[in-house]
Write a protein that binds this ligand. Structure first.
Ligand SMILES: [Fe+2]
Length: 211
């Protein structure tokens, strides 16, 4: 079973890399992420199968993975193959109260492919998936980690403070510089994205204005 999971997790990482290399060289953050993936120890010696864990938002996976096939059959096929062995979690300091929305936690979840809770520990690097259900607002926050999002579904709206919200379409990337305040909103469609933090992964996001 471990062999199969090692193979499936490796295949998902390879699929993500093969898609990212096709982005134009000047796409902000993409090359940073590819370089950091290449620096990770992704050998079988460094592989750990996490305890599978689902969150309520995982109910949105079949729909979002199916939608994402248009963006990348390779990546979404690899997600589907590994889905039953993923360890999904929520940031421990997030709640409906601090996000100021009832139902937020019911429709939000993240997982790590590479990271302390993922299939490979990672060397100050994180790569994973995030789900955000429809009609939600991930409010202004910042973190030390430079962050890439790659949208497998969309569109969404996002902003970097002090700017206003802009549309980000399906298959688009978003790059947030260290400590840049940013936010996102979903519309009618649930969001599934690939995320990566290229360093400083031990510093949790700070919500602006949270009590
Ligand atoms: Fe962020």
């Amino acid at each position: 079973m471990h062999d199969e999971t090692f193979h499936d997790a490796s295949a998902l990482i390879a699929a993500i890399m093969r898609e990212l290399v096709d982005f134009p060289d000047d796409t902000p953050g993409v090359m940073d992420v590819l370089v950091r993936i290449a620096e990770q120890d992704l050998s079988e010696d460094n592989f750990n199968a996490p305890e599978p864990c689902r969150k309520p938002a995982c109910r949105l996976l079949p729909q979002t993975v199916a939608s994402g096939l248009v963006v990348s059959p390779r990546v979404c096929g690899a997600i589907a193959a590994l889905e039953d062995r993923m360890h999904w979690f929520q940031a421990g300091h997030y709640s409906d109260e601090v996000m100021r929305q009832p139902g937020y936690m019911d429709s939000y979840a993240a997982m790590e492919i590479i990271g302390p809770r993922g299939f490979f520990t990672g060397d100050d690097f994180g790569l994973g998936l995030m789900i955000l259900g429809p009609g939600l607002h991930y409010p202004d926050h910042y973190h030390a980690a430079p962050e890439l999002y790659w949208l497998l579904t969309g569109p969404i709206e996002y902003r970097r403070a002090p700017g206003g919200f802009h549309i980000a379409g399906t298959a688009d990337t978003i790059w947030n510089e260290p400590n840049q305040v940013h936010a996102m909103k979903t519309g009618e469609v649930p969001m599934l994205c690939i995320w990566a933090w290229t360093r400083d992964v031990d510093q949790v996001p700070v919500l602006v204005g949270a009590a």
